[in-house]
Write a protein that binds this ligand. Structure first.
Ligand code: G3H
Ligand code: ZN
Length: 291
């Protein structure tokens, strides 16, 4: 299938009590693992690339690669630029064929966050690209985004309606107690805050910082109306762990018998299995052909 927008892939999620998994990829192999999981589960998937990963893979190569992978399968796939703070880069991604971008102006004051987000939404409209923005600030590290725990701030529900209305965004990232990266202690999610937010807006909501969130919390978020769940850091660990498990054995082989695919194939498979488990928890299994 051709790439679909974030707006399209999230349509119907809240009413039907499931969330679409949005998974960060670093290289072609983990991207393929994510798509393999989507195919196996017949689930829509969002492939997210950070500004750092985009630099590593190359902008045009990233689009060509994900577009090609999506066209080879029968599930909806969305290509999303994650946590972007560089507005020129966001615009370039929109022009070149991304079907979704996240403008992360969450560190800026409310009024500036509105103005900048609105500017990107207007630009994206011309190209039929969706836009996600963030209100509040998650602690932790996500590639190029680093927020000290002391600066983390939950989303103020009262800020939501005006932000959604004035910016015209397609999805809103909310801070309700999760953080980026592995947790030092089990996260405490503020479900009351989430409930208030869901009552104040119909805009699809996004949970960031999925790594390490207990299964029960994911399920509760989804039941309460979360539409997109971002999951990244653990995928890197799963990938590295799978490569490490076979690396010594492969390295010990005669040079003529060594093959990088012997390292990457199991890594791809491990990513697919891990992502598949999350897809089941998010309730998007079997939701590939909702129309
Ligand atoms: O935007 C990406 C996500 O929020 C991923 O968070 O790396 O903690 O799973 P995570
Ligand atoms: Zn995030």
């Amino acid at each position: 299938m051709s790439l679909v927008t974030l707006k399209e892939i999230l349509a119907g999620t809240r009413e039907n009590h499931y969330a679409v998994g949005a998974f960060n990829f670093s290289c072609p192999e983990d991207a393929e693992g994510i798509i393999m999981a989507g195919v196996e589960k017949q689930a829509p998937v969002i492939l997210m690339v950070s500004m750092n990963a985009l630099k590593y893979n190359g902008l045009k190569a990233t689009i060509g690669m994900i577009k090609g992978m999506a066209e080879a399968v029968d599930i909806p796939v969305c290509l999303h630029l994650d946590h972007a703070t560089d507005y020129d880069l966001i615009k370039e991604c929109i022009r070149e064929g991304f079907t979704s971008v996240m403008i992360d102006a969450s560190k800026k004051p409310y009024e500036e966050n509105i103005a900048d987000t609105k500017m990107i939404v207007e630009y994206a409209k011309e190209y039929g690209c969706s836009v996600e923005a963030e209100l509040g600030m998650l602690g932790g590290r996500e590639e190029n985004v680093v927020v000290e725990d002391s600066s983390a701030a939950m989303t103020n529900p009262e800020d939501v309606p005006r932000f959604v209305e004035e910016t015209g965004i397609d999805a809103l990232a909310v801070a309700i107690g999760t953080a980026h990266g592995f947790y030092k202690a089990e996260p405490k999610l503020d479900f009351e805050r989430l409930e208030k937010i869901t009552k104040l807006t119909d805009c699809p909501l996004v949970l960031h910082g999925g790594t390490g969130v207990p299964e029960a919390d994911f399920r509760r978020c989804v039941q309460m109306g979360m539409s997109k769940i971002n999951y990244g850091t653990a995928i890197k660990s799963v990938f590295v762990g799978a490569v490490a498990a076979v690396a010594a054995e492969e390295a010990a082989k005669e040079p003529g018998k060594q093959d990088p695919r012997n390292l990457l194939r199991p890594a791809k498979k491990a990513v697919a299995e891990h992502v598949g488990e999350k897809i089941d928890i998010y309730g998007s299994t079997g939701k590939a052909n909702k129309n």
